[in-house]
Write a protein that binds this ligand. Structure first.
Ligand SMILES: [Zn+2]
Length: 260
């Protein structure tokens, strides 16, 4: 296996993996979506709500607020010393008090831990009119996407590495324009591939060139994209993936030993 980083920014992390099967990559994808832990609000105490929305609707919206996660400082509730009762090691309280007229947003939450705060502060929760109030205490915990998708830290997806064959293309300038990823350029009036890594196999160039261009995705080499929601950085997601795979393999090998 061989890897190469293609691009990395806040929104996504793209890399090339050579010599791997789609089944292996799919296993990695499932670990990212279902087995990495991140923080989200689990339960909400509504102390006062005179808004137009039901308590349940507000609780559901608060549950979906994306929280920056500090995995090192918290335990998963079931593995905590409190045995799931809830304590400072496994549960973080966030409080919110608001009085109308205003739009209650995620950044109005006061967190006891400055490392765990809403990622997107402007996420609206409810609109309060004059004399309407909202007072809540939200309890955030660490859990995984297997429990609820709100704990899932993001997506991972992949595509076969593109190979592009150019035939006798008559409308080269149109192809440069049509490609949504700007893969092609003109060089001495001829069509040239400028940036093959950007190709998403959309086949727009194939259709526009009346099949004079051939585009294929490899089934051994893949471009992998990790797209975080914000709880964890892409680097933390990759580290978590490796950690989780190790744990699962260790658990499996322990069970296999017991079979003997
Ligand atoms: Zn605890």
């Amino acid at each position: 296996m061989e890897m190469k980083l293609l691009s990395s920014d806040k929104e996504n992390f793209r890399f090339l993996v050579k010599g791997i099967s789609p089944a292996e990559l799919n296993a990695f994808r499932r670990v990212i979506v279902n087995h990495l832990s991140s923080m989200a609000v689990d339960t909400v105490e509504i102390l006062d709500n005179s808004s137009a929305l039901y308590d349940e609707t507000i609780a559901q919206r608060i549950g979906l607020v994306v929280l920056k996660t500090d995995k090192e400082s918290y335990f998963v509730k079931e593995n905590c010393k409190c045995k799931g009762a809830g304590c400072a090691r496994c549960t973080l309280d966030l409080t919110l008090e608001a009085e109308g007229p205003c739009i209650v947003t995620a950044d109005m939450f006061k967190s006891k831990d400055p490392a765990v705060v809403p990622v997107y502060g402007k996420t609206p929760i409810v609109k309060l009119l004059e004399n309407q109030r909202l007072r809540v205490i939200a309890h955030a915990i660490l859990s995984t996407g297997k429990d609820h998708v709100k704990y899932s830290p993001g997506l991972m997806y992949y595509q076969g590495y593109p190979s592009i064959k150019l035939g006798n293309v008559k409308n080269a300038e149109d192809i440069v324009e049509i490609c949504p990823r700007k893969v092609f350029e003109m060089e001495s009036k001829k069509l040239k591939i400028k940036n093959i890594d950007a190709c998403i196999l959309c086949n727009a160039c194939v259709d526009a060139s009346a099949n004079e261009i051939e585009v294929k995705g490899s089934n051994k080499d893949f471009i992998v994209t990790i797209e975080p929601w914000g709880q964890l950085t892409p680097q933390e997601m990759v580290e978590g993936l490796v950690e989780s795979l190790h744990e699962q393999i260790d658990e499996l090998s322990e069970e296999i030993k017991k079979l003997k």
